[in-house]
Design a protein around this ligand. Structure first.
Ligand SMILES: [Zn+2]
Length: 216
């Protein structure tokens, strides 16, 4: 069976799995626990447009989770089927960010690529944040300023309350007329943590689509 679970859906499945374990611990009624476990499984299944029998069978043990070890085993069983973030060479990145002389992207191991929905890093010297995201089959590159916030707030992408910063990207409205519009959102300071909390890509899609569409 080939990899079919993108990082954010893996996070979403594991969130349902964790809830099954929480219910196992906090609910007394066996019938209610069982119903909740199957409800959670249906939620996990509905994350996918369609599932083959084999893929569905992989998710099924979610209903059986009764302790930390079983949660861990379930997580392990999915790991081989996580769809990795594309492998990008430094030369490709240089092409994507032509105007930037020195790029300092993080090193991407195979394991790391499986933990990414989007790739991002901050250049602390210039306080520019770089972002690469696969949108509609193409790699989109975004670069913007990043201003860390003093207080915690909700990340626009992953929805967790955390240390955030204001990410501002200039969107070209009309390149001939040289008009721009700033697109700003509070997002996680720590991209690794953001990727670990993302359970859907709705906001990320919108952000990237908006910034890209204006360029065309
Ligand atoms: Zn986030």
């Amino acid at each position: 069976m080939e990899a079919f679970i993108p990082n954010h859906l893996f996070n979403a499945i594991m969130r349902h799995a964790k809830q099954v374990l929480d219910a196992e611990r906090s609910v007394n009624d066996i019938q209610i626990k069982k119903e909740f476990a199957f409800y959670s499984l249906s939620k996990a299944e509905s994350l996918f447009e369609e599932l083959t029998q084999e893929q569905a069978a992989l998710l099924k043990p979610l209903t059986e989770i009764k302790n930390e070890q079983e949660l861990e085993n379930f997580k392990e069983s999915l790991t081989s089927y996580i769809y990795p973030f594309p492998s990008i060479s430094e030369a490709q990145l240089k092409k994507m960010f032509k105007k930037t002389k020195k790029l300092h992207p993080p090193e991407l191991t195979d394991k790391k690529r499986k933990q990414l929905t989007y790739l991002s890093w901050l250049d602390a010297g210039s306080m520019k944040k770089f972002m690469v995201y696969e949108y509609e089959g193409k790699l989109a590159a975004l670069k913007g300023s990043f201003l860390p916030s003093q207080k915690k707030d909700i990340c626009h992408f992953c929805n967790q309350v955390t240390d955030v910063g204001l990410f501002t990207v200039d969107v070209t409205l009309n390149s001939k007329a040289n008009t721009y519009k700033a697109l700003s959102n509070y997002i996680c300071q720590d991209a690794e943590s953001c990727n670990a909390h993302l359970t859907n890509t709705e906001k990320l899609d919108y952000f990237v689509a908006y910034s890209q569409s204006a360029k065309k």
